[in-house]
Design a protein around this ligand. Sequence first.
Ligand code: GDG
Length: 463
Amino acid sequence: MERLVVISNRTGDLENKTQTGGLAVGIVDALRSRGGMWVGWNGEVGRESKASRKTYDNVISLTMPLSEEEHEQYYLGFANKVLWPAFHYRLDLMDHRTEFVDRYAAVNRKFADMTCPHLREDDLIWIHDYHLIPLAAEFRQRDCRQKIGFFLHIPFPSADVFSAIPYHDWLRECFLQFDLIGLQTKNDVQNFCRYLREHSDVEFITSNTVRWHDQVITIADFPIGIDVQQFAEMAHQDDDTIELERMRRTVLKRFQIISADRLDYSKGLPQRMKAFRKFLEDCPEYQGRAEYLQIASPSREDVSAYADIRAELEGLTGAVNGKFADFNWAPIQYINRNIPREQLAQLFRCSLVGLITPLRDGMNLVAKEYVAAQDDKDPGILILSKFAGAAEELDQAIIVNPYDIHDVAQALKRAAVMSMDERRERHRSLLKQVTGNDANQWKDNYLAALQSAGTSGELKKRF
Ligand code: GDG
């Protein structure tokens, strides 16, 4: 079996599997079973840190630091002030400077320089996410003939939106150096193919396979999954605090709502808080009973759009609590820090509603984790944005328009009175879906497609 080489902006933890999310679990398993290499940034910035090469049994971890300029212009700059907002339909938040794209290209060259000397001829190369779109082109320039696949974790926007990105032509040329382009949803695949039809001369061989010069490229959806069993086990390791929470739900008839997101403007947090406020206004009988717990883990705090959203949320939490709270009840609990994964799983389990309403999301693993954490005897209800990639699979959730505060408030009302039979029926179907396409299945599907993609390893030199 070919060795696997995974390259992503950040590498995962090859030692401690239980602390990692769906993506890392799938990748660690694949690396361990095939042997291989994981290449990425070590998370450090500055001159003190050095590139390193460590071996964990049959897996090599190859990491490097970023300089201050690289961090500023490649990571915070082109990746997170241009590509992230644009791919999430926030062209208004795009903040481009020419040095950003130059540094983005330069860091990709650096990744290629670091990786190339360690590659074997029959390696399968799997590159992840928007930070590394030009990497296959860099490899091809260095005469690499291996199969190279890409997986985009975030949405691929509509053709118009993509074409508004500075240097989209260059990004397109870079995309076309991969053998396989994996996206989260069918909608993403349609957007990508439509963009190619409208903005390039590629020849379509099938609806999702194109020829560009002598290269055949497949574009397909691989919806990412989670390790369902591991998450369910964590959710069911009871401890005393969680037992108490469960009692509050059953004895005091609390209507517990939970959300967990990175604090990111794409996740729709202010709209969600406003929808909860509307629910309290429309259903006064839930004042004193409904509790909304928002866990918002800090993220990219050096980017100003992230500081703005944080200030907005603090204002909204204060306003809603100030208006509705009583001496023994506050409607919103807002935690702006990272909490342990086990605790998150247990909190999901004792919350009657998982309220997951991003404005745009590649997939949204929290939605799948919420489903995996439920008891089949007394399962909670998933309310899910139609703009989360997960909505394509999880159609038995209550699907909402996250921009429509009235619609989300109505969904909360519907959840509050949903019969146990309906809850069980929906949960059974959701769990079947989440289990049927878990992290392992995702990784197996992707790697099988990569193995059979492209042009059977012939030398394709395009430069
Ligand atoms: C990108 C795409 C796509 C959250 N708060 C805490 C915590 N989390 C964990 C969740 C989940 C992960 O972080 C978040 O994953 P998501 O999928 O929801 O979102 P992104 O971080 O934006 O991920 C996304 C994903 O890539 C995979 O392809 O689904 O669309 O944007 O696992 O549980 N974990 C801990 N404490 C927290 O406070 N321990």
